[in-house]
Design a protein. Structure first.
Length: 163
């Protein structure tokens, strides 16, 4: 009996150590990518796509990406940043975000909860401008970012507030 208890305690100790050695974003990806669908829906431009967790520094972005370095829809006063390519080819999803206007709705489905955002701003920046990555005080926001399909040295930014 004592041998079984010792083996069980060692097993629990190993599992606890394994759990705490995993980085938060790795744990989040393991827990939620498989168990809960993440996707974005923008009815105005007929967009409904899965979201993939990736780094903003990744050189090979595929699909519509929720950047892991920034906020999440369930975190108050954070800036959730989602990016995708625009232009030509098969990996383009944000070709029409420049058609969004103030007041248009964007829905994010995250951890089995639907979050509603309303567009509050739209503008362009040069590709090296990091200002859109900052959070706004007292607002929970979503920032969509893509390249300008005509001038790839510029980025189209759509900012929306969670309601």
């Amino acid at each position: 009996m004592q041998k079984k208890t010792s083996i069980m305690l060692i097993s629990i100790f190993i599992l606890i150590n394994l759990f705490f050695c995993i980085k938060n974003e790795e744990l989040e990806e393991m827990l939620y990518n498989e168990n809960a669908p993440w996707y974005i829906e923008i009815n105005k431009i007929n967009l409904k796509e899965n979201l993939y967790l990736d780094s903003i520094t990744s050189e090979d972005i595929k699909g519509v990406v929720l950047f892991k370095e920034y906020g999440r829809p369930n975190v108050e006063y954070s800036n959730t940043i989602i990016g995708a390519h625009s232009g030509t080819g098969e990996n383009v999803y944000f070709n029409d975000i420049d058609k969004l206007k103030l007041g248009d709705e964007i829905f994010i489905y995250y951890k089995n909860i639907k979050y509603k955002y309303v567009v509050i701003d739209k503008y362009e920046v040069i590709e090296t401008d990091l200002t859109p990555l900052n959070s706004m005080k007292n607002k929970t926001i979503l920032t969509l970012i893509t390249c300008n399909s005509i001038d790839n040295t510029k980025r189209v930014i759509v900012v929306s507030e969670r309601f």
